[in-house]
Ligand binder design. Sequence first.
Ligand SMILES: [Zn+2]
Length: 247
Amino acid sequence: MEGLVLRLIDYGESDQIAYLFLKEEGILSAIAKGIKKSKHRFPHHLEPFRIYSFKLRKKPSHDLYWIQTADQVTSFEKIMNDIRKIALGNVIFEMVMKGVREGHPHPELYTFVISLFRALEVTDNIFPLRFYAEIHTLRLLGFLPNFETCLRCRKPLRKEEDNCFDPVKGGIICPRCQGLTYKTGTIIGSEALGALQFLKKSPLHAVSRLRITENAKNAIEAFLTEFITYHLEHPIKSLSFLKEVMP
Ligand SMILES: [Zn+2]
């Protein structure tokens, strides 16, 4: 079974409990018995940002799977050596853990996460990739924001106008529909709106060419952070760490 380790918890002196995201099976928790002692069964440590081929077993009386062997297939070294990339990867892992229920396979999301990691390995222009990752992880979890039309009148947004975010409803309100409710709302400038539209419709390989100014970056970050927090119904803790390392 091919998969990633989303999170690891030490368990006793020699065991670890791993939250796995498997390509075909989805998320499940599994115990790696004796991992800290057996070099024979576990020649590689379990770590995030590596792809493994797992052999798992489940006893009918237990909730947890047992990891019998875990052979490393690929490791994303350039992510593991860059704190900003680790922080972004952790945000994606946390979104996956909050958005996918155990035992519900999501091979499309798995494949997307792997392609993100491949892209993250070879780019230093991390911000566009970060926003791309957040938007498309949301899309695959069923929460795609609308950046094209006004949420109220449904007319196409004009970039040069003072459009306003509504993260709770998942999109943008044009100035004619803002009224008193949105008097204090965050105005999204034309560059931020253009970047969001581009990121939503572009393929992954086109993203690292995008340059985003400081203002647009702040507006997009504020919108996506609020949107993710609202729709995944929990604060994503790794988002605050990401903000610290990618100010
Ligand atoms: Zn409108």
